[in-house]
Write a protein that binds this ligand. Structure first.
Ligand code: HEM
Length: 400
């Protein structure tokens, strides 16, 4: 029996909203047994055109993990691993037990909008003899002058993103996938993150980050005509195994919170160009009011400063470059001197990093008001293939 059948996981019906107001998933059918709350019952489909974990709303808990193939493991072992991983992900996302030796950590809970997303790093293709299939878009990111990157916590052959609205469900998935790796791949780095829990605010809102700002306001929205074109490789895109896939840029960005928190709220708002309380642009209105880039105050100064983060990251200031930001916050304790090791596990999704992250980060590197309060400490770029069809595993079109 599956965990779902054993426990009668279904609860309320209808859409479950994530912290950012995005649709997290659909709940299961009405249940005959004790219903779970809507948080536990949230379920995202594993099979589909795109992989899960890209357009769903932010989840309360996340693990980002990179693996390197073991010495001697090549294409065959990688294909078998992706097949095992896909099977486990499909089952756990449906609220079922792991295929082998389930640890019971997620027992009693529903899938809690669990998503598992798989990607390939630049080094994967050399290790598996698939260089000819390596997308040009995976060329290493350029160096940025503000980078303080720890190579040990950067890159990797394989990348797994796990997200769920329950910490135990997320950990359960992490452990199952790590065990599936077996002798084929070894953990390279792991980062743990979090977001607001669904239901923590009186109504669904854009989430706040650890600097206290509403973060995600101007993200591309699935209802917008150019959303797919910005975020996903097209059906006819190259290489063909990346059809309906996307590229994820991952940056561990430490926030220098001691410095940031010394600023007045007004100074913090000038750094971003938006109000802290409600996320409205400093030119006025509400969170969704269009920013007036030309507006000046009585002294003739721009009300949204020329180097404000939310001004200079706009697509219309970067030749149309856009990305879907879907981050987790992190807090890994304190350094010896009491400085918090906390910030943003910045994950952004785009059809082509050269039309998304790269030009915007270049611009930020040249003079963003936010730069002196943050530090990029690790980096990764991964090719995330399209979703697996029924009976298929993720990456099959590359590996078969
Ligand atoms: C917008 C915070 C790093 C790209 C924003 C906003 C905030 C923010 C508060 C305004 C609200 C919104 O539209 O979401 C931060 C923080 C960062 C960070 C705290 C680091 C810790 C980055 C990086 C990039 C980036 C590294 C890309 C290279 C953007 C983009 C927008 C934005 C594209 C929206 C611009 C628009 O379409 O109007 N960010 N950000 N951010 N940020 Fe960042």
């Amino acid at each position: 029996l599956t965990r779902r059948k054993l426990l009668g996981t279904a609860g309320a019906t209808g859409l479950v909203l994530g912290a950012a107001g995005g649709v997290v998933g659909y709940t299961a059918q009405p249940s005959r047994a004790t219903p779970l709350t809507s948080v536990g019952a949230g379920q995202v489909m594993f099979h589909g055109k795109h992989q899960p974990g890209i357009t769903e709303g932010l989840q309360a808990r996340g693990h980002l993990v990179a693996f390197d193939l073991a010495a001697g493991a090549g294409r065959r072992e990688a294909a078998a691993l992706l097949r095992r991983w896909s099977q486990t992900a499909r089952r756990l996302m449906a609220g079922e037990a792991a295929p082998h030796d389930d640890t019971d950590v997620a027992r009693d809970a529903g899938p809690s909008s669990l998503t598992v997303t798989f990607g390939f790093g630049h080094s994967f293709f050399g290790r598996t003899g698939l260089e000819k299939q390596r997308p040009v878009a995976l060329d290493p990111l350029p160096d940025f002058s503000s980078d303080h990157l720890d190579k040990k916590r950067s890159d990797g052959d394989l990348w797994v993103q796990i997200g769920a609205n329950d910490a135990l469900v997320a950990f359960h998935a992490l452990r199952a996938l790590q065990k599936d790796a077996g002798d084929a791949a070894r953990l390279r780095w792991q980062m743990n993150g979090f977001n607001r829990s669904p239901g923590a605010t009186s109504h669904p809102m854009t989430a706040r980050n650890l600097m206290g700002q509403l973060d995600g306001t101007r993200n591309p929205k699935p209802r917008e005509a150019d959303f797919d074109q910005r975020v996903f490789v097209s059906e006819s895109g190259t290489p063909s195994w990346m059809a309906n896939g996307s590229y994820a840029v991952v940056r561990r960005i430490r926030m220098l919170l001691d410095d940031w928190e010394k600023l007045s709220v007004a100074a913090q708002e000038s750094v971003i160009g938006r109000r802290k309380s409600d996320g409205a642009a400093l030119s006025g209105g509400t969170e969704t009011t269009e920013m007036d880039l030309e507006k000046t105050d009585a002294k003739g100064n721009l009300v949204v400063p020329i180097n404000a983060h939310a001004r200079i990251t706009r697509p219309d200031q970067n030749g149309g470059a856009a990305m879907l930001r879907r981050p987790f916050s992190y807090h890994d304790g304190f350094d010896q001197d009491g400085v918090p090791d906390a910030g943003l596990l910045f994950v952004c999704w785009q059809a082509d990093p050269l039309r998304g992250f790269v030009p915007v980060q270049r611009k930020l590197d040249r003079g963003d008001a936010l730069s002196q309060y943050i530090r990029h400490e690790a980096s990764g770029l991964f090719a995330v293939p399209g979703g697996a069809a029924e009976g298929e595993y993720v990456g099959q079109r590359l590996l078969e």
